[in-house]
Write a protein that binds this ligand. Structure first.
Ligand code: KG4
Ligand code: ZN
Length: 360
């Protein structure tokens, strides 16, 4: 079975072909980073317009890279939510048209389930199977969710939500702090590069105490603490300088950014990253104490963070990350999540529509 995955939930137009649920034949991601960079975040109207422009060539490229023709496709999996409604609709509408014209099944896929299946796919590709029940942390720009994943049958995945963020997602916190410091969008990769140059012990940031579900997460306190520290440190000049550098593409080099970045800022960044990672680590350790966990999966854009990967290495369970390419949004994960469902006969009708706040 050749499954075409299509993903347009946020600011990447992506298409991929997966064969037999365990072979990634192509993976095309067209990023809109340059479009949104100067605004310090995704502008929904611009995102939809860019998806419209990119969807046809991106899918064509994915089919070509896979070395197949459209006629070889067996089914299409497309992200139905959560995400930006206008962006989702571009992918869904195109997927419907293609499914009808090729007379093949169509299935709407939950984006969060996709992030988990990025890991399942890559392990299969290496000839390995993840041990279930697994604890899955999905930490990205839109979500910080902790699930128990059970697989009673080989093609039957079940999800139980253990905890989620009550305010910002982890990646959103990285992005907002980067914006506050005059760094570009998305903030996560930049903070990841700058954090090792600072000393986290120089700045103390608060850890969150949750009322109620101890597996829920929160980033608003950390964000406010960062705002206060930045204001108190009188860093306006360097922030303004960096903001100017990022206001027009192309984005500045790391060296250019470092020339206008004080050691104090680097220490602040290092402490922020360490605290943000610790916030996730604490939840994972706690959940693993409570649940019959056999392995841990960490996925979503924040799973690309090198500080997080180092810190999580001490978890006493088999630990699975996606490759960097499949950590952030892509369509391979959508095809991979669709695969077991299509195999079991699940289908979406032509009334398939976008679900911006879809839960898993
Ligand atoms: O999974 P993703 O591509 O999109 C969503 O589903 O939201 O995640 C994007 C998020 C952004 O917030 C970005 O700043 C963050 O992931 N991110 C990172 C890193 N790479 C991407 N955060 C921390 N460290 C990174 N290396
Ligand atoms: Zn995502």
């Amino acid at each position: 079975m050749h499954l075409l995955g299509i993903e347009t939930s946020c600011d990447e137009t992506a298409a991929a072909v997966v064969r037999g649920g365990d072979r990634l034949l192509s993976n095309v991601v067209s990023s809109q980073m340059e479009t949104h960079q100067r605004y310090g975040g995704v502008v929904p109207e611009l995102a939809s317009r860019e998806h419209l422009r990119a969807i046809v060539p991106v899918v064509r490229q994915a089919v070509e890279d896979a070395g197949i023709s459209y006629r070889d496709l067996s089914a299409i999996g497309v992200t139905k939510g959560p995400g930006l409604v206008g962006s989702l609709l571009v992918g869904i509408t195109y997927a419907k048209g293609l499914a009808v014209s090729l007379d093949i099944p169509l299935l709407g896929v939950n984006h969060i389930e996709g992030h988990i299946h990025a890991v399942v796919l890559e392990e299969r590709q290496r000839g390995r199977e993840i041990e279930f029940p697994a604890l899955a942390l999905v930490a990205s720009g839109g979500h910080s969710h902790l699930f128990m994943v059970e697989r009673p049958e080989p093609a039957d995945y079940r999800y139980r939500l253990l905890g989620r963020t009550r305010d910002d997602a982890a990646g959103e916190a990285f992005d907002k702090v980067a914006k506050l410091l005059g760094l570009g969008y998305p903030g996560g990769p930049l903070i990841d590069k700058l954090a090792p140059l600072g000393d986290p012990s120089k700045v103390s940031l608060p850890t969150v105490r949750m009322k109620g579900n101890q597996l829920d997460m929160s980033y608003s306190g950390l964000k406010t603490a960062m705002l206060r520290l930045v204001r108190a440190a009188a860093m306006d000049d360097e922030i303004l300088c960096r903001r100017r550098m990022y206001s027009e593409p192309p984005a500045p080099s790391l060296d250019a950014v470092l020339r206008v970045t004080s050691q104090q800022t680097l220490d602040l960044i290092a402490s922020f990253q360490q605290t943000a990672v610790e916030e996730l680590m604490r939840r994972v350790v706690k959940a693993a104490e409570q649940e019959p966990v056999r392995s841990v999966i960490v996925s979503g854009g924040v799973a690309a963070n090198s500080g997080l990967r180092k810190r999580f290495a001490s978890i006493p369970y088999p630990l699975y990350f996606p490759s960097l390419k499949l950590s952030t949004d892509n369509a391979a994960m959508i095809a991979a999540a669709a695969y077991p469902r299509v195999e079991r006969g699940e289908r979406s009708g032509l009334d398939l529509t976008a679900h911006p706040r879809l839960a898993l």
